[in-house]
Design a binder for this molecule. Structure first.
Ligand code: BG6
Length: 488
């Protein structure tokens, strides 16, 4: 057996999930619709269309989703029924797991009630406590993301999403309430999930309906500015309310390589990379980087800032930077002329050296080492991998076993590269694999795109018992955690 060299003793190991993909119970306990409840799954459409839907939302789709007589299939409303099975699910985890409870389970719920000004916090917080209790009992350290693609739909239809500055106030009030309530119990927090993705899917990230939008780029970056301010004020509140807390930002690390050593490709790669780095640059360094001046000019963006905004950003830096990492792509100045690889947020030019997952995502463990080194060089702040994993169509054998060796292989190779990055000098303090229990895919709304160590008996149409079964990877990952990464 291989011996790990570099993982610190207090390294945080665990799994991550998002409320919008597991919770279900969309109409229970006073919960309102969130933006994720609008996405449908239609088996008659091809895979390409499911991905397009994630990128693009229309007014007609939103109106249909709000119609109580709609007969469409909305899988995220079902999730995997974690809302009712949370005790069983959490009891499956072992002590020393960290549950990166991205927005788990109800901040969106709380946020929504606040926005509608009804009995703002009580029910939402009670629900969250209900979920957190067994975590504390089991010795599981929660890491909570304040929001993960689950803003209340009401904030889209009534306020126009994050382009409305009013949302800063709502978000900060929500954050302060949650911090106050859990100040003695939760140390690690993340503000926004994958904030850089507003560029690629403005509806799920910022509540912007793209269809016939007159000035999309302007609204995307204005929304991002509001989220930066909201995030910085949440950091401030967190530090004031919970003195020993650690609060971070999060980006989807969309790793890019230049397709060739042609300087045009190299420059294109740098340009595309900056569209993502921009988001962690502002939150980790506290100011808009100089390259944004030209970037905004070329996009016709004129940012509206209020007096004091620059100081808020400067004075409230995140303590750590977290990232999701699934794949890499190539960037080319002549991208249209090359074969493509896929992804949930963004695809790119195909890399001939890499294999692809069933969904066409390029598998690149060494890219993770490169990404971690890059981020650490850039910020010199502790790093946390909040998502990493592979979606696959797992099959249950007649004897009830699920032999997901490909998942073990994927995770093992990525963990090895994390270890290498630590040896390189990177301060990496935690890793939460996506996601411990099968859930609904964010991008395709399928239940059959599975990431979990635990199999959930449910198909894309919601048929199945919802019973849970441990996969082969479950015992493997349990050993990884119990050995602190020594046994891979
Ligand atoms: C991340 C999202 O980008 O990718 C998750 O934060 C998502 O919510 C994960 O589930 C995997 O993507 P998908 O589309 O396969 O579920």
């Amino acid at each position: 057996m291989e011996q790990a060299k570099g993982f610190p003793k207090d390294f945080l190991w665990g799994g991550a999930a998002a409320a919008m993909q597991i919770e279900g119970a969309y109409n229970v306990d006073g919960r309102g619709f969130s933006i994720s409840d609008v996405f449908t799954f239609d088996p008659t459409l091809d895979k390409k269309h499911w991905l397009d839907q994630w990128h693009m939302m229309t007014h007609a789709q939103v109106n249909e989703a709000l119609d109580p007589n709609s007969t469409k299939n909305y899988p995220k409303r079902r999730g995997n029924d974690f809302y009712h099975r949370y005790e069983e699910d959490i009891n499956l985890l072992v002590p020393r797991w960290v549950l990166n409870a991205s927005a788990l389970p109800f901040p969106g719920h709380v946020f929504s009630r606040m926005a509608t000004r009804q009995n703002p916090m009580r029910k939402g917080c009670n629900s969250m406590t209900r979920f957190l209790m067994p975590c504390w009992y089991q010795g599981i350290e929660p890491v909570i993301s304040l929001t993960h693609y689950d803003m209340p739909l009401y904030l889209v239809t009534e306020y126009g999403g994050w382009k409305n500055r009013k949302l800063i106030e709502f978000f900060v009030r929500f954050a302060e309430t949650v911090f106050t309530r859990y100040k003695n119990k939760v140390k690690y927090w993340i503000t926004f999930n994958e904030m850089n993705c507003v560029k690629h899917h403005p509806f799920v990230s910022a509540g912007i309906i793209e269809e016939n939008h007159p000035n999309l780029e302007q609204d995307k970056y204005q929304s991002a500015h509001h989220q930066f301010i909201a995030s910085a004020l949440a950091v401030k509140a967190c530090h004031e309310i919970i003195p020993n807390s650690q609060i971070g930002c999060m980006i989807s690390y969309l790793l890019l390589y230049p397709n060739t050593c042609n300087p045009d490709d190299v420059l294109e790669c740098q340009k595309e990379e900056r569209v993502s780095f921009f988001f962690s640059d502002v939150q980790a360094r506290g100011y808009y980087p100089s390259y944004t001046a030209r970037m905004f000019k070329e996009k016709g963006v004129v940012l509206h800032k209020e007096p004091g905004d620059d100081e808020i950003l400067r004075d409230n830096l995140v303590d750590f930077v977290s990232l999701s990492y699934y794949m890499s792509n190539n960037a080319s100045a002549t991208a249209d002329q090359h074969a493509k690889a896929s992804g949930n947020l963004i695809g790119g030019v195909k890399n001939p050296y890499l294999e692809q997952s069933e969904w066409g995502w390029q598998i690149d463990p060494k890219g993770l080492r490169y990404a971690l080194n890059n981020l650490y060089d850039r910020y010199q702040k502790p790093l946390f991998i909040s998502e990493n994993g592979v979606g696959a169509t797992d099959q249950m054998s007649p004897d009830g076993t699920i032999n997901d060796d490909y998942r073990i292989d994927y995770l093992k190779k990525h963990i090895e590269q994390m270890r290498e990055a630590i040896e390189d000098g990177v301060d990496l303090f935690g890793y939460t694999a996506w996601g411990p229990i099968d859930m609904i895919s964010a991008s395709t709304s399928q239940a059959s795109k599975r990431y979990g160590f635990v199999y959930v008996d449910q198909d894309d149409l919601g048929n199945g018992t919802l019973n849970r079964y441990k996969k082969k990877s479950f015992d493997w990952y349990k050993k990884v955690i119990e050995s602190g990464g020594e046994v891979l």
